[in-house]
Each structure stands twice: as structure tokens, then as C-alpha cells.
Design a protein around this ligand. Structure first.
Ligand code: ATP
Length: 234
């Protein structure tokens, strides 16, 4: 469904992504792992059209998208829930959610709003409150809900568990599993490797802008290099 080929991305003279290639098949959860600065966020932002690549190709559903503007990419069914959530604190929950539907041409946002409220009942209970009054975990739910409002076929999540309590993290991870069961394809960037790999069909490990290795989620979870570097084991 998504294919990234030989992608190179720079910030001025700093090369953040150095010829990486990876693929996400329809219905899969794929995890991108890596330490701080490995290039995970840059990769997602480039796939979303928020950053222009220096070289390489990005294909989504058989169409080349690396020269398209971000709103055209959302319209094709690829949504992004960014790092740090980027919600609008003064707007209400429902207004934040409706912003996620802006790129749609149809008027079916009501059904999607109902589905987001079903996934995250707290968003319904507090729909008229300013989003800035929410806890970190609630803001994360809102960011995922907002991405779902574009009715994506594929969702990219950038560190959804960042700053969350273990309980809230479990909740977010089970939501990701639920979305997968509904047929949403997911590209998941996480520092929490054990949670991300437990869900992943496939994982790629990025090290300073390159893919160091990749394998099934289960194989990576038992790989010594992953266990030492990302799970803190000796
Ligand atoms: P983190 O988990 O810390 O967000 P990451 O794997 O997502 O890390 P990126 O944020 O993609 O990594 O950063 C990759 C590299 O690009 C880093 O060396 C970073 O310092 C650099 N970089 C990121 N954003 C910019 C920017 N706006 N200007 C200059 N350099 C940047």
C-alpha cells in the first residue's frame, strides 16, 4: 500500500534520512524504531508531504505521491497524527476533530465523529471543552481521533505513547489494535519498542538515517540487538 524507495531527506546540509526503503502492506501494522534523531519523524513528515525529499520515490496505492502537497495526500486516504500531538488548545474537542475532516469533499463527517466518540468516549463527554484542559493521554486520543476524521485507509502515528502513563499507553496500544482489526493500515513510530513490536507485523530499525535491520515484529522482539538497545536489557 505504501512503498518508500531510496528516500533521502536533508535539513540544509544535515542529511537526516539517507536512502531508506521500506514498505507497508495493506492491513499491516508496521513499526519504525530508532533512538532520538534517527530520522523517524522526518520520514513520516516527508511521506505526508510536509517536507520535500531530496531524492527517492514514495508510492501510495499505486500512485506516486512525493511531489503532491500535503492536503492532496490526506485526500488520497493517508492521515498523520504528528509528534507532540499538535492539537489546538483553545478550540473545543469537537472543533479540533472537525479540523481533521477539512480535506474531505463529501459531507459524511457525522458518521466518523460518531465512530471516534465510540472509540474514545471521553472525547464525547468533554466535546465542548477546550482541548487545552486535557491530560496528555486525552490529547493523544484527540490527535488520533482527528486523524481518523479524514477517514484514512492508512494512518501514520508519531510516538503516540510519548509522555503517557503505563495505563494510558496500554489504552492507546489497544486502540491501535482495534483500528487494525477494522482494516486500517498503520505505520507506527515509537520509542517504546516492546509495545510497538508486540503489535507489528513488521518492524524497521533506523540508526542515524539508515535502516540498520528489519524483520517481523516477533523476530525483532527476540533479537539481541533490539533487546539491548531498545528494551534496555544486558
Ligand atoms: P526523535 O525521536 O527524537 O523525534 P527522530 O528519529 O524522529 O527522533 P528526526 O526528528 O527525524 O528524528 O531527526 C533526524 C535528524 O534531523 C536529527 O539529526 C535532527 O537533529 C535533524 N533535524 C530534525 N528536524 C530538523 C530541522 N527542522 N532542522 C534541522 N535539523 C533537523
Amino acid at each position: 500500500m505504501l512503498e518508500v524507495k531510496d528516500l533521502v531527506v536533508s535539513y540544509g546540509r544535515v542529511r537526516a534520512v539517507k536512502r531508506i526503503s521500506f514498505a507497508v502492506e495493506q492491513g499491516q501494522v508496521v513499526s519504525l524504531l530508532g533512538t532520538n534523531g534517527a530520522g523517524k519523524t522526518t520520514t513520516l513528515r516527508t511521506v505526508s508531504g510536509l517536507h520535500a525529499p531530496d531524492a527517492g520515490e514514495i508510492w501510495f496505492d499505486g500512485e506516486r505521491i512525493d511531489r503532491l502537497p500535503a492536503h492532496k495526500i490526506v485526500q488520497r486516504g493517508l492521515a498523520h497524527s504528528p509528534e507532540g500531538r499538535r492539537i489546538f488548545p483553545r478550540l473545543t474537542v469537537v472543533d479540533n476533530l472537525m479540523l481533521g475532516a477539512f480535506a474531505r469533499r463529501d459531507r459524511g463527517a457525522g458518521a466518523d465523529l460518531a465512530r471516534v466518540y465510540e472509540l474514545f468516549p471521553i472525547l464525547h463527554e468533554r466535546r465542548h471543552q477546550p482541548a487545552g484542559t486535557f491530560s496528555g493521554g486525552e490529547q493523544q486520543m484527540l490527535a488520533i481521533g482527528r486523524a481518523l476524521m479524514s477517514r484514512p485507509r492508512m494512518l501514520m502515528l508519531d510516538e503516540p505513547s510519548m509522555g503517557l502513563s503505563p495505563l494510558m499507553m496500554k489504552r492507546i496500544m489497544s486502540t491501535i489494535a482495534e483500528l487494525k482489526a477494522e482494516g486500517v493500515t498503520i505505520l507506527l513510530v515509537e520509542q517504546n519498542a516492546s509495545a510497538a513490536l508486540a503489535l507489528a507485523d513488521h518492524g524497521y530499525v533506523l540508526e542515524v538515517g539508515s535502516i540498520a535491520f528489519d524483520d517481523t515484529g516477533a523476530n525483532l522482539l527476540s533479537d539481541d540487538r533490539v533487546r539491548r538497545t531498545y528494551l534496555g536489557e544486558d
